[in-house]
Ligand binder design. Structure first.
Ligand code: NAG
Ligand code: NAG
Length: 471
């Protein structure tokens, strides 16, 4: 049966299974699925037309490691829509805190910390979106072995995430074989290609095809420590944020350092740079910062610590603080099926413990790009061009180093007749900048981010000016 037929049949099969198995078989995936369904949340004053589910998936029985997810079905006709996993970085930051509650998810938190509003540019307008808190120690994800949160690293994160996905598809079998994409930002520049590689390699071994991975997209993504450092310092210097002297010293002491495990010499000069930056928000250099929350120390380099003001759009620069109130409310945790026995004593947007105890972090993931481009995955990289943490210069050095043939040369793309950013299409990779967006592109430019997401999903280039003139 062709893909089309399968897609059309899927809803009927799902329904049939549900009706029959719910009655006869308590172990059915649809019963477990239904058990994860989230009803109305505290502070939710609106109705939604889509279903959503939250819960744990055990990824290691021996240690008792379980990852927490929150899954939003597409607004319309979910079984015919692609499935997309979103991951935030840190390492140690929650995809629910950032991806869901202030970027691409449908529910954002109001300033009172008690109520929600609907994000009109939510990515579940066009796809099913799965938010995963990864690895253990992040958000509501936990381990019953306390050593685990002190020994997280890239390799186990990828392995656990792969196990999570396999088991998640068992719980949501109606999405097996559906077009599947990975997305994420920042340190997820490691997680996403590593997980893509783990999926592809596992499939080659087992021949199992439930996870129908078609591609991935990463934003302001940590990719290669040398290029990323080099690009950061250049961006800060050319933007006039640091002195000539500091620029030289940063290049001398930090260019060849690991991003996550920094030498003390490099750390010293990063502190000098931090003082020169003042209290601007390095994650979004042109917008006001939430008062009293900005720091720029080496451990916090990749973290989302604080929020942003925004030029020209209505926006609350302290949204993270509101999420921290909301997700610590016992009634909210209850509604999300958080088990009080294993819940963190305090829910945090980013875990310092996870961040500061991070183990393996390879200096580059570019070799994975080579492998996966060769494999034929759809790969997009985007960059908010006012981020000074993993800036557009860094990503350009990374893309350039891949030495891919150009399909469509550098040109502006448009949204509503305005330049949304710039793009270049290479054989095997599409690069897109988003003008005026910081580190969290969908936070600053939600409308343009949805345009980007739609283009990525359809595999078509970013809109040009003529598309607007003609229509
Ligand atoms: C939500 O749905 C319920 C039940 O259909 C209805 O009574 C209520 O008025 C709706 N609320 C809003 C805000 O539309
Ligand atoms: C962790 O321990 C708690 C308390 O004993 C238990 O309820 C939970 O199922 C365990 N989690 C896992 C993943 O084994």
């Amino acid at each position: 049966m062709g893909k089309r037929g399968k897609k059309l049949l899927a809803p009927f099969l799902a329904l049939l299974f549900f009706v029959s198995s719910a009655e006869v078989n308590g172990g059915s995936p649809f019963v477990r699925q239904e058990g994860d369904r989230v009803q109305r949340l505290p502070g939710q004053s609106f109705n939604v037309s889509f279903a959503h589910y939250a819960g744990y998936v055990t990824v290691n029985e021996d240690s008792g490691r379980a990852l927490f997810y929150w899954f939003f079905e597409a607004v319309e006709d979910p079984v015919s829509k692609p499935l997309v996993l979103w991951l935030n970085g840190g390492p140690g930051c929650s995809s629910i805190a950032y991806g869901l509650a202030e970027e691409v998810g449908p529910f954002h938190v109001n300033a009172d910390g008690q109520s929600l509003y609907l994000n009109p540019y939510s990515w579940n307008q066009v796809a099913n979106i799965l938010f995963l808190d990864s690895p253990v120690g992040v958000g509501f994800s936990y381990s019953n072995n306390s050593q685990d949160v002190l020994s997280n690293g890239d390799e186990r994160t990828a392995k656990d995430s792969l196990i999570f996905l396999k088991k998640w598809f068992e719980r949501f079998p109606q999405y097996k074989g559906q077009d599947f994409y990975l997305t994420g930002e920042s340190y997820a520049g490691h997680y996403v290609p590593q997980l893509a590689q783990a999926i592809i390699r596992s499939q080659k071994l087992t021949g199992e095809t439930s996870i129908n991975l078609k591609g991935y997209m990463v934003g302001n993504a940590l990719t290669d420590d040398f290029h990323d450092h080099y690009g950061v310092f250049q961006f800060m210097w050319s933007g006039g944020l640091i002195s000539d002297q500091t620029y030289k010293l940063l290049n001398f002491f930090c260019d060849f350092q690991s991003f996550v495990h920094v030498s003390s010499e490099c750390e010293k000069i990063l502190d000098v740079a931090s003082n020169e930056l003042g209290t601007i928000d390095p994650y979004s250099i042109l917008t006001p910062s939430c008062p009293g929350t900005v720091t720029f120390s080496k451990n916090k380099l990749l973290k989302r610590l604080h929020s942003f003001g925004r030029v020209g759009e209505k926006y609350d620069p302290c949204t993270e603080k509101h999420s921290t109130i909301y997700f610590n409310l016992p009634e909210v945790q209850k509604a999300l099926h958080v088990n009080p026995v294993v819940a963190p004593s305090e829910w945090e947007t980013c875990s310092d413990v996870v961040n500061e105890n991070w183990k393996d972090s390879p200096r580059s993931v570019l070799h994975i790009y080579h492998e996966l481009i060769h494999y034929g995955l759809r790969i997009w990289m985007f960059s908010g061009d006012t981020d000074a943490v993993i800036p557009v210069t860094s990503t350009r050095y990374n893309v350039d180093s891949l030495k891919l043939p150009t399909v469509t040369p550098w040109h502006a793309w448009y949204d509503d007749g305005q330049v949304g950013g710039w793009t270049q299409v290479y054989k095997g990779l599409t690069f897109v900048t988003v003008r005026g967006a910081g580190h969290e592109v969908p936070l600053h430019r939600p409308k343009q981010a949805l345009v980007l997401f739609k283009s990525f999903l359809s595999g078509s280039p970013m809109p040009t000016l003529s598309e607007f003139v003609d229509s």
